[in-house]
Ligand binder design. Structure first.
Ligand SMILES: O=C(O)COP(=O)(O)O
Ligand SMILES: [Mg+2]
Length: 222
């Protein structure tokens, strides 16, 4: 990082918020509508950061892509009605956000979740007035791993990419940050599929827990 740090940008699902329980509830409402039994959270959890299509693929592997596509809107509608019910912030996130603010930095969110749903989650957690910028998966035509949403967040904050860092739990988060010219942090506490090796993503930093960002050498100002 050549410039002093001014902002920390986060992925949402699997990085700030453990949203898997509410997403699983929404998938199970879709399954109930089809007269099928629910899927356990343990089966969906690992694909949560890959989005709704990936979750429906796990829950309904026998359907065609077109059939699953037609269930995406009902899934999102169910989720939108209950998106901060069973979801929780990961342990240490509250302390991390407070420490970022105490150090005079702003923080924001760049997620592939549709913007309206992400706004609802942020409201549900009482973060609306604290979150300095939010770019969703449908804010622009491009989504992560494209760097455009991260660059838009910087533009809205009035900062250069090298004045921020990006923290995410999926390889596409790290790819997007690198393409934006931003220091990247792999959030090892998030959602990953078996065999997915975050060390192979070549992030600039890798942290096992949210609070580890505060102690990571050279990452945040003291
Ligand atoms: O909803 C998704 O597609 C994943 O969301 P994320 O980018 O916050 O992990
Ligand atoms: Mg994620």
């Amino acid at each position: 990082m050549s410039q002093p740090l001014r902002a920390v940008l986060f992925d949402l699902d699997g990085t700030l918020v453990d949203s898997a329980p509410d997403l699983c509830n929404a998938v199970n409402r879709v399954l109930a509508g089809l007269g099928r039994p629910p899927v356990p959270l343990s089966r969906l959890r690992q694909v949560v950061s890959k989005g709704g299509r990936a979750m429906l693929s796990v829950a309904l592997p026998d359907l065609s892509d077109a059939e699953r596509e037609s269930l995406l809107a009902p899934f999102l509608a169910h989720y939108g009605q209950a998106l901060a019910v069973d979801s929780v912030a990961f342990a240490g996130v509250a302390e991390l956000l407070a420490a970022i603010e105490a150090r005079g930095l702003r923080w924001g969110i760049v997620t592939n979740k549709p913007e309206g749903l992400a706004v609802g989650v942020v409201e549900g957690f009482g973060w609306t007035s604290r979150c300095a910028v939010l770019v969703g998966g449908d804010t622009l035509p491009q989504r992560k791993p494209d760097p455009a949403p991260i660059l838009l967040a910087c533009q809205r904050l009035g900062i250069a990419p090298d004045e921020a860092i990006y923290v995410g739990d999926d390889e596409r988060d790290i790819v997007a940050a690198r393409a934006a010219g931003m220091v990247s942090v792999a959030a090892l506490w998030g959602y990953r599929e078996e065999g997915d090796d975050p060390m192979a993503w070549n992030a600039d930093h890798a942290c096992a827990e949210p609070r580890d960002l505060l102690a990571e050498p050279g990452l945040l100002p003291a």
